[in-house]
Design a protein around this ligand. Structure first.
Ligand SMILES: *Cc1c(COP(=O)(O)O)cnc(C)c1O
Length: 448
């Protein structure tokens, strides 16, 4: 197919995720190749990958070691099932994951996306209490604005009104506890904001702990909900309340895992031990759909017994533990060690913080939030009052379209521009991307 045919066919037959297709028809984009952190479209135009191909990519595209690991694995086998049978790279990867996750986590259950990893965490937590005879513990607590993926279970413990409201009757009810949002809080005392949110959570736990199975959260920084950073000590506070009230802590590290926030996993910032942890996005370096739900031996044991006891976890997906994906993940993790990737994230995060500081002078940049190489730039109509732009203006969307024109790709979350560069980005590329964001934001907001 030539460019014209590809374009035509993409509009005629594709249905893209999280996309109003009339937007796509006006501003289509078809990627053909990538190298390092640069993507190239079918016309040869190049773009810096400012969102790590939707928060996945780590070492850049076409990383030699990962390419080779996949080719080597192809010479053995691409896929065999994990239902009732293990495979070599799945075993090796499970051992590696247990090594790098917090010490209590010992068992790895594979799947193929963040949402499935979360779905598994929910069912695992639910059945855990059933299996040990605590049959009243059936409810889930989540934080306002949380995002855990798009399957029905995952949206039931999510709280993004725009994505979820239409499915209301389809979802199970979860209990919402307020996320300690700093930017628009009437107080600017972070410790106060933290303690207020913890007090609210404690009230919920105290009143309902007998029926609560687990709480789910995105540790340290809430991603799709707007790149909101937790006040220091909040995560640790939640862990303490979980222990006090006998409630499982599910840490969704799908976005934050594998170094994104400057630690291998974000829970490490506050030395928190989750009961269940979900991971996906960065696990294969952004190559293949592998995800994992990792848990403690205590939870695993509640499912262990003779078949007749009906404790089995009846859950699985066709491509669970796929060999090509596990081989890619193993090669990915080897590079982490060899190249001190997480240490470099911390260094690059400092540079990014300094560079993003230059955006503060813009009259419509209200707030810049960052944890490691996970950043959000909130655009507002009025910086003093923090008044938002009318949503109909789609300022965030327009700013990212302008960035595309200027040679960088990212996507907004409402009026929050996401900046999540691959860890392999060099200093010059990071500066260039910040300059592009600045120019695009200026051009799109200057008449307001
Ligand atoms: C992206 C994301 C998910 C969903 O992952 P998918 O692979 O897109 O299903 C779940 N939780 C968090 C925190 C995420 O950022």
């Amino acid at each position: 197919m030539n460019e014209q045919q590809l374009l035509h066919s993409s509009k005629k037959h594709l249905w893209l995720p999280f996309t109003q297709m009339s937007d796509y028809e006006r501003d289509p984009l078809i990627i053909e190749s990538g190298e390092g952190i640069v993507l190239k479209d079918i016309y040869g135009k190049e773009y810096l990958d400012g969102y790590s191909s939707l928060w996945l990519n780590v070492h850049g595209h076409r990383k030699q070691e990962i390419n080779e690991a996949i080719r080597d694995q192809l010479n053995k086998i691409a896929h065999s099932t994990l239902l009732g049978a293990a495979n070599v790279p799945a075993v090796q990867l499970a051992e590696r994951l247990v090594e790098i996750t917090p010490s209590g986590l010992q068992r790895v259950f594979y799947s193929d996306s963040g949402a499935t990893a979360v779905e598994i965490a929910v069912k695992m937590a639910y059945q855990y209490w059933q299996n040990i005879g605590e049959t009243k513990k059936k409810k889930f607590v989540t934080l306002t604005n949380n995002y855990h993926g798009d399957t029905v279970g995952a949206i039931s413990i999510g709280d993004i009104d725009l994505y979820h409201r239409v499915y209301g009757a389809l979802m199970f009810q979860s209990i919402k506890s307020p996320f300690p949002l700093i930017y628009r809080h009437s107080s600017n005392d972070e410790a106060f904001i933290r303690d207020e949110a913890l007090a609210k959570l404690k009230e919920i736990f105290a009143n309902h702990h007998e029926e609560i199975a687990a709480i789910t959260l995105e540790p340290i920084i809430q991603g799709a909900g707007g790149m909101n950073v937790m006040p220091k000590g909040y995560l640790k506070g939640v862990e303490k309340l979980c222990r006090e009230f006998n409630i499982l802590l599910i840490a969704d590290e799908v976005a934050t895992g594998f170094g994104r926030t400057g630690k291998m996993f974000a829970v490490e910032h506050e030395n928190v031990q989750p009961d269940i942890m979900t991971m996906a996005k960065g696990i294969t370096g952004g190559y293949l759909p592998i995800a994992a739900t990792v848990t403690t031996e205590k939870i695993y044991e509640a499912f262990y017994g003779e078949y007749e006891e009906f404790k089995t976890f009846f859950h699985g997906h066709s491509y669970t533990g796929n060999q090509l994906g596990c081989a890619a993940a193993l090669a990915n993790l080897e590079i982490y060690e060899k190249e001190n990737v997480v240490g470099k994230v911390r260094e690059k995060a400092l540079l990014v913080e300094e560079e993003l500081g230059k955006l503060k002078e813009l009259s419509h940049v209200g707030n810049i939030r960052q944890a490691g190489l996970m950043c959000g730039i909130e655009l507002v109509k009025n910086k003093e009052t923090k008044e938002s732009f009318p949503w109909q203006e789609r300022v965030g969307y327009k700013a990212t379209l302008k960035m595309r024109e200027l040679g960088m790709l990212t996507r907004p979350l409402g009026d929050v521009v996401v900046f999540m560069p691959p860890f392999a980005s060099e200093a010059g590329q990071l500066k260039e991307m910040v300059n592009i964001m600045k120019e695009a934001i200026l051009q799109v907001t200057e008449n307001n």
